[in-house]
Design a protein around this ligand. Structure first.
Ligand SMILES: Cc1cc2nc3c(=O)[nH]c(=O)nc-3n(C[C@H](O)[C@H](O)[C@H](O)COP(=O)(O)OP(=O)(O)OC[C@H]3O[C@@H](n4cnc5c(N)ncnc54)[C@H](O)[C@@H]3O)c2cc1C
Ligand SMILES: *[C@@H]1O[C@H](CO)[C@@H](O)[C@H](O)[C@H]1NC(C)=O
Ligand SMILES: *[C@@H]1O[C@H](CO)[C@@H](O)[C@H](O)[C@H]1NC(C)=O
Ligand SMILES: *[C@@H]1O[C@H](CO)[C@@H](O)[C@H](O)[C@H]1NC(C)=O
Ligand SMILES: *[C@@H]1O[C@H](CO)[C@@H](O)[C@H](O)[C@H]1NC(C)=O
Ligand SMILES: *[C@@H]1O[C@H](CO)[C@@H](O)[C@H](O)[C@H]1NC(C)=O
Length: 566
């Protein structure tokens, strides 16, 4: 691999966490765990269960055993209690109970989080999948084309279909089974983001339950908090709303999001092409040429067009006459226009299709009648065992050096690597009214590129070589570290799990304000997850050291050491 200096990365990561003194694991160790004397008794749990409209699940129950699957099996963990909540009241009761007993709470809407933020060993998991109410208001004074209020157990496919029936579109994920929960709290990109912005740019209101069981309804201009006992408090600024628009995984449990709706276009158009990259029998490697064509295409593409490009380095074959030709690597383009056919389509792709025609590579345009007609084909990939890297690619950094970096990452390794790029730009470049805490790179990127290695799922293999996953993961770190250089910022929801620069990459200089808002609304740092706001440590009231000082020192050291080795 290239970037030999970064082989020191594991050392730096451990020095940093040793010096920081705390990370999410230390926060969790301070919680009351199963087996501890402070853990709630069966009677106390039974009383909570009776109080709920939903129900509690214990590990011995069938329903528990049938569930808890994480989408990314690398992050499979086993909570000790699951609360299947059915209402905001249930969430309040469960959170208040967990807070009173100092339990480690995890929150899950779909379990798609790649780095497993929605579960933990021994935790009290709040499962929101039965929170699936949806309210469409086409006559809202808050937005010309109406609004939709969604609870976070709803999958995007259900939301899209119901909105399609009333000719409206909302900015949501491309995968059918992702839910608005974590997706929105981390920003949320969509096949129509270049036309309509990120999900958080379309967010108008959020309702969230805090650690003490109080419930807040917040908008850009104010926050209204109703305490568990029913008293009201008003906070007349939009700090909380701002923070939840991209930094919100560790503030509380969201009950619903309210989004702005958009009118359905008269139709949509798709453009697709699949290219075998390395074909030794023909002495052809299309990688370098296609990467630069792709960059130029995205930079010049009209705002109405968006979508995805994917590249992997897997082997394959295709027939030519009687013979079977071997290739390595596939590049797939899936672009979509948020608008009906108007005759401008072919010109948009001309440089690409000229190249494709000369290279004998097929491509297709297709008409779609509405949003769901387009979106219904976006099949979810199967459950996976993946470890990701991500970068918010910046056009000026996508030079030949980038092409060469990707070329070696894909074709000079034996590791299977698959990347998905969500094309951004267009309307995502506009910061919405009120702002967001997201890294400024979210506003200048042309593609959020997520690349992952797929680890072996065979039990036999795992038992024989328990450390093999970890070796391969660490072997991938130089690539993850290298990819960062061609972007600015990293997508919170599809991030590199061991990124030592996570605060800087997710939120840049907004982090300090985010942490102070988080500690205002969650003063005991009760809610926590891996690489979430506040997970590096907490200011316990018992602890006099300034949070900023504790956090700054080790990172300064890392910066100094990195400087020395370069
Ligand atoms: C197949 C697949 C396709 C994807 N496609 C897209 C895409 O098109 N666009 C995109 O932007 N991202 C996409 N993602 C990434 C996606 O945004 C993340 O996986 C995200 O974590 C999903 O949120 P979730 O609520 O569905 O998942 P979960 O795993 O349930 O939750 C993720 C995080 O949010 C927290 N959380 C969930 N609900 C709540 C709540 N109500 N209150 C407080 N915290 C909550 C969890 O604790 C966890 O930290 C995709 C992921 C996968 C696996
Ligand atoms: C659990 O799954 C098994 C097998 O798929 C099924 O037979 C059983 O009914 C399920 N139990 C519950 C409680 O869902
Ligand atoms: C949460 O509920 C959903 C739907 O019932 C289920 O698919 C998922 O596995 C559950 N997760 C946990 C941890 O209980
Ligand atoms: C829309 O809202 C206005 C007031 O905001 C009201 O007068 C009108 O009746 C509403 N229309 C419908 C169809 O609900
Ligand atoms: C899409 O429909 C328009 C007519 O509305 C037609 O002119 C055009 O050829 C169609 N495009 C494709 C790729 O079928
Ligand atoms: C593509 O670029 C890489 C790195 O710059 C180079 O090693 C390789 O020879 C190039 N391949 C082709 C086909 O030009």
């Amino acid at each position: 691999m290239r970037f030999p200096a970064f082989s020191l990365l594991p050392v730096l990561v451990s020095i940093a966490s040793a010096l920081t003194g705390y990370d999410v694991n230390d926060i969790i160790r301070e919680r009351c765990c199963p087996g501890d004397d402070c853990y709630p008794s069966q009677e106390q749990l039974a009383a909570l269960n009776t109080q709920m409209e939903g129900r509690l699940l214990l590990p011995a129950m069938d329903e528990y055993r049938n569930q808890s699957h994480m989408y990314n099996t690398l992050e499979q963990r086993f909570p000790n209690l699951i609360a299947m909540v059915k209402s905001a009241k249930d969430i309040q009761a469960v959170v208040k109970f967990a807070h009173a007993h100092n339990l480690h709470v995890t929150v899950r809407s779909s379990g798609h989080d790649y780095m497993g933020r929605s579960t933990w060993e021994g935790s009290f998991l709040i499962n929101l999948s039965e929170m699936n109410e949806m309210e469409i208001d086409l006559n809202s004074s808050r937005s010309q084309y109406g609004t939709v209020k969604v609870q976070t157990g709803l999958q995007w496919q259900e939301i899209y279909q119901k909105l399609n029936a009333v000719s409206r579109v909302v900015v949501g994920g491309s995968a059918h089974t992702v839910t608005p929960g974590g997706y929105t709290l981390g920003g949320g990109h969509s096949p129509v983001s270049r036309s309509l912005g990120y999900a958080v740019d379309n967010l108008l209101e959020v309702q969230i339950v805090f650690a003490d069981g109080s419930i807040a309804t917040c908008t850009e201009s104010r926050t209204v908090i109703k305490t568990y006992d029913g008293n009201f408090q008003y906070v007349e600024n939009g700090d909380l709303f701002w923070a939840l628009r991209g930094g919100g995984h560790s503030f509380g449990v969201v009950v619903y999001f309210l989004f702005r709706l958009h009118p359905m276009p008269k139709g949509m158009v798709t453009f697709a092409s699949t290219i075998a990259i390395d074909i030794p029998a023909f002495g052809i490697n299309y990688f370098n040429a296609t990467m630069l064509l792709l960059r130029d295409l995205i930079v010049t593409m009209p705002t109405q067009w968006g979508g995805y490009w994917m590249i992997n380095n897997g082997p394959g074959t295709f027939p030519v006459g009687e013979s079977v030709i071997q290739y390595r690597g596939l590049l797939s383009l899936y672009f979509n226009k948020f608008g009906a056919w108007d005759g401008t389509e072919k010109a948009v792709f001309k440089s690409f299709t000229d190249w494709a025609t000369a290279a004998n590579v097929p491509f297709t345009f297709a008409n779609k009648s509405d949003f769901w007609d387009f979106e219904k084909d976006a099949a979810d990939p199967p459950i996976t065992r993946a470890y990701l890297a991500n970068s918010l690619l910046q056009p000026e950094l996508l030079t030949e050096e980038f092409v060469s970096f990707m070329h070696s990452g894909l074709f000079l390794t034996s590791e299977y690597l698959a990347c998905t790029g969500a094309t951004l730009g267009g309307k995502t470049t506009n910061e919405p009214s009120g702002g967001t805490p997201l890294h400024p790179g979210y506003r200048s990127t042309i593609t959020s590129l997520s690349c992952g290695i797929v680890l072996n799922d065979a039990d036999k293999d795992l038992l024989d070589q328990p450390n093999k996953d970890q070796e391969r993961i660490e072997g991938f770190w130089p690539f993850a570290e290298g990819l960062r250089k061609y972007g600015r910022g990293m997508y919170v929801n599809e991030a590199w799990k061991d990124n030592p620069y996570w605060r800087e990459d997710f939120w840049g200089s907004n982090y300090d304000r985010l942490l102070s808002v988080k500690l205002r609304f969650d003063p005991k740092n009760f809610f926590t997850c891996h690489h979430c706001v506040g997970s590096e440590h907490l200011p316990g009231p018992k602890d006099g050291t300034s949070v900023a000082a504790r956090m700054a020192a080790p990172w300064l050291l890392v910066v100094l050491v990195m400087g020395l080795i370069r």
